[in-house]
Ligand binder design. Sequence first.
Ligand SMILES: Nc1ncnc2c1ncn2[C@@H]1O[C@H](COP(=O)(O)OP(=O)(O)OP(=O)(O)O)[C@@H](O)[C@H]1O
Ligand SMILES: [Mg+2]
Length: 376
Amino acid sequence: MIISDDDNKKSSPNLGSSNIKKIQNDKAGKAKVEKSKDLEAVSNEFDETYEKTIRPKTFDEYIGQSNLKETLKISIEASKRRNVPLDHLLFYGPPGLGKTTLANIIANECGVNIKITSAPALERPRDIIGILMSLKGGEILFIDEIHRLNKVAEEILYPAMEDFFIDLTTGKSQTVKTMRVPVQKFTLVGATTKAGALSGPLRDRFGIVHRLEFYTAEELKEIVKRSARILNTEIDEEGAMEIALRSRATPRIANRLIKRAGDYALVKSDGKITKEIANLALNNLNIDSLGLDNTDRALLKLIIEKYNGGPVGVETLAVALGEDIRTIEDVYEPYLLQSGLLMRTLRGRTVTKQAYEHLGYKAPGHLNNGQMGLFD
Ligand SMILES: Nc1ncnc2c1ncn2[C@@H]1O[C@H](COP(=O)(O)OP(=O)(O)OP(=O)(O)O)[C@@H](O)[C@H]1O
Ligand SMILES: [Mg+2]
């Protein structure tokens, strides 16, 4: 098994954030909840079309994650030469870093079909059996949010992943019979924002497990420029950098911000995104110089004002902010941790000196003495 986990490769801490609610909306959109077409649904649909246009389709268009790309290119080439399907792959990392995009690129580069589903859609045994039986030789099965697979679905998946068969049971109690049914050789690509929540046996069955990294400002700048070209929006180098720095180290957010900045430029100026226009547009969205939005700042302020900088448990934070714990852990925290504003300690979350300073507070003495307050 290749486990590649380049935790040490830090991207610039000076990278920024934004529209987190939109990320959650996307998730809801993906779950295909049938709702009346209210404004939110229409805007999600619009966002999905936009995402599709902008999503890279080849490794060359996929910017950054160079180690991962190299590993994948070699594996793909080897599988082609051996004429066998690619090893099962697991991608993990915060939302919007390009897991789904990669799965599609792999299918494209291998010249095979991809079937896309997500764990919550595989609730009943027949859901997963149906999809496994429908796979044709060499196809890719992409399961999003794979940490949410239930035990029964996992048990069905194991022999399919290892030896390409499933055990079907028919009949009831005394007359129950098990039939071993072959499935076509396929490649499973799993994606999750929470690798820790994946069961050990499932994780062990992936040949390649890879964590996606936050993006550097330079990489995001390239992504912004590429998206601007596709959108036919004029942007200069400094404008692209400004958006990159405030995109929370995340391509999905960079793409959203460029769109908003483009709208702003069109309405308030001559349509071109300069540094000044990008700045005004992002300030208008309440995205600050580090890319934090209102909720990020509320979270840090809460710890500073009510809990003296921490430590405070994530449950308490969730209640005070009216967010659920998963959203805080999966969506808000990774970037705050990455950018050195927040720390996880044994007793809860604490903010750092940088967080105090960024929000205009005076940092308490123990932080000024170079101690991070890890265990106070
Ligand atoms: N390396 C990249 N280069 C260029 N654009 C990228 C890259 N990675 C992601 N993107 C853009 O960011 C958007 C979000 O990526 P994607 O949907 O693949 O993220 P994800 O990791 O699957 O997120 P989630 O965990 O929310 O499902 C894509 O639409 C794509 O346009
Ligand atoms: Mg995805």
